[in-house]
Write a protein that binds this ligand. Sequence first.
Ligand SMILES: CC(=O)SCCNC(=O)CCNC(=O)[C@H](O)C(C)(C)COP(=O)(O)OP(=O)(O)OC[C@H]1O[C@@H](n2cnc3c(N)ncnc32)[C@H](O)[C@@H]1OP(=O)(O)O
Length: 429
Amino acid sequence: MADKYEIRRFRAAEKDAPDYARGTDWLQAVGFGFHDSRRSDEFVDKIMAMYRRDDRELTGVYQTGDVAPHSLAADIPVATFGTLRKDLNVGYGRQLRTHMVTAVTVRGTHRRQGLLRRMMTEDLTAAKAEGLAMAALTASEGSIYGRFGYGVATSERSIKVDTGPRFGLRHVPSGTVEIADRKVLLELAPEVFERVHRNTPGSIVRQEAYRQNVSGTIGRDGNEDEGIKCALHYDADGTVDGYVSYKFAGWDTKPYTVEVVDLVAATDAAYLELWQFLGSIDLIQRVSWSDAPVDDPLVWALSDPRCVEASDHRDMLWLRILDSVGALGARRYPVDGTLVLGIEDPLGFAGGTFILDARGGEATVSAAPTDTQPDLSMDVADLASIYLGAVCPVTLKAAGRILEHTPGAAHQAQLMFAVERAPHCLTHF
Ligand SMILES: CC(=O)SCCNC(=O)CCNC(=O)[C@H](O)C(C)(C)COP(=O)(O)OP(=O)(O)OC[C@H]1O[C@@H](n2cnc3c(N)ncnc32)[C@H](O)[C@@H]1OP(=O)(O)O
């Protein structure tokens, strides 16, 4: 395979740079892999500008020999892989620089020849060599990434909220909500998100596309999205501490529905009061949101919790630990304790037996002496799953994924890996 394909890595170039076309070819290959329509040159320009702001690295796999007559040219990659780096909130406000993997595609006529495996192992090897302890992705299918050591670390779900007569929250507003021009979100969305990110375990800093999309500046087709509407929440001092970006689903959708595009609230009050606003929109009987938290205060604040119809509970953030000592040492632990963790890593990045000793919130992590018996043993993917406190080690033990050698160790891990509030990741990438 090595001589049939060549891997090239590069950054998105400036519009006038000679190698700008390399990035646009790469992007068209990504679009093809996800069954998108071919994007206009103007849209591609906008995406490339956003990629430059994120400082993404683009990886393409190219055919080295002659391509079949009439088929796509050799400079269109047969496989793509993109990466960017942002901070992950690992609980109690602590941040861990994370290698984010996205835009993974292999052209159908070149699939199952090991191209994904080659791109992934080379990329993770390079990230580890640069000192990163964590990689992350969001997956198109649940069956692909476990083999590479990724584990599900947060989940999300879709909700439909009945905003008819039975809708009502047990909450006395402390702030106010006003409608704004959607364009204000270009500036405000990153500011509000930054506050939310600091408060939310499992949150990853957002890529440039978010503020463009939620403000309707760059819609799904690359054009302005005039359907986007925006409401801002102000605290008692008049500071914007939350927003909702939303769209009306149209008069053909019954019951009449508003779809939440993005709901970001830096305080509990802002969250509930934005829902009070959504529940009060005239002519609307339903509000839907596809990125809702699994553990949602809305349900508990409603007088009638059955106003919320939840569906499609699904994996969201997948983590891949590249350095067990680095990742475990980055966390804060709410209870004292010592655990010896035996970690299997088929790719050889993070395996070994480690002593995790937590005192007063801080951890000391060290490689255990040879022949030390672990309290718990697990695959590196399972360590990733319990890392943010969203997946319970006792449940993974019950599932046969974590082996408990010391009675009570799984429960001890549950207590030690707990975080201050339910993890939720509002960043899709
Ligand atoms: C982070 C993201 O971007 S998520 C988006 C992922 N991309 C997509 O879903 C787009 C459509 N799919 C594709 O482009 C390709 O089929 C990919 C990228 C999923 C797989 O690429 P390939 O080059 O065919 O994978 P590769 O040959 O390296 O396979 C590696 C292993 O994964 C397995 N595998 C690959 N794809 C899948 C899948 N969809 N489901 C289950 N197993 C899979 C292979 O069987 C192989 O297993 P093995 O090593 O045990 O033999």
